[in-house]
Write a protein that binds this ligand. Structure first.
Ligand code: FE2
Length: 164
């Protein structure tokens, strides 16, 4: 299933995103792939657990401990995710300069939610688990994990809007 998706990365973007969403739906319905990987947990932090990787896509199960959060970041590649368990708050941002961003929208991504973003944007966001319980999401990124440390392109600081 994931190798078929990988082959589709050369398809038009809309076609790839549709297949990525379909793949995530199937993974959320029957997450047997997780049985074969070692899940790492860190109190207060999130962990990336590699499910699949080749020269085109990298798939992680991300375990979000209560209180964990990412930086404000964007991506150099496509980023599709589905929430397997729990809920994750996703905040969207807009840049105000090369290093700073302001929040524009907040969403709570509940179990079963599936999203797909392209590197052409909009894809500037921050993920937070501010619930009391752990959450797990499956992420499919359009890059080879052996060539780059992560899917993150740039990180931003929260702007002091009085100076924006
Ligand atoms: Fe992200």
């Amino acid at each position: 299933m994931l190798s078929r998706l990988s082959a589709a990365t050369i398809a038009p973007a809309a076609e790839y995103l549709a297949l990525a969403r379909h793949t995530l739906k199937r993974l959320l319905e029957a997450p047997a792939l997780l049985d074969r990987i070692c899940i790492e947990r860190k109190p207060g932090a999130y962990t990336r657990n590699l499910i699949y990787g080749d020269d085109r896509i990298t798939v992680y199960a991300i375990v979000w401990a209560a209180g964990s959060q990412t930086s404000i970041h964007d991506h150099h590649c496509s980023c599709c995710f589905g929430v397997l368990s729990g809920a994750i708050r996703e905040t969207w941002y807009e840049t105000v300069d090369a290093n700073h961003a302001v929040p524009t929208k907040n969403f709570v991504r509940e179990t079963g939610h599936i999203a797909g973003m392209l590197p052409s944007g909009p894809n500037l966001h921050k993920m937070t688990n501010d619930a009391a319980d752990e959450a797990i999401s499956i992420h499919i990124y359009g890059y080879a994990s052996e060539t780059r440390p992560s899917s993150i392109d740039c990180e931003y600081l929260l702007s002091d809007q009085r100076n924006a």
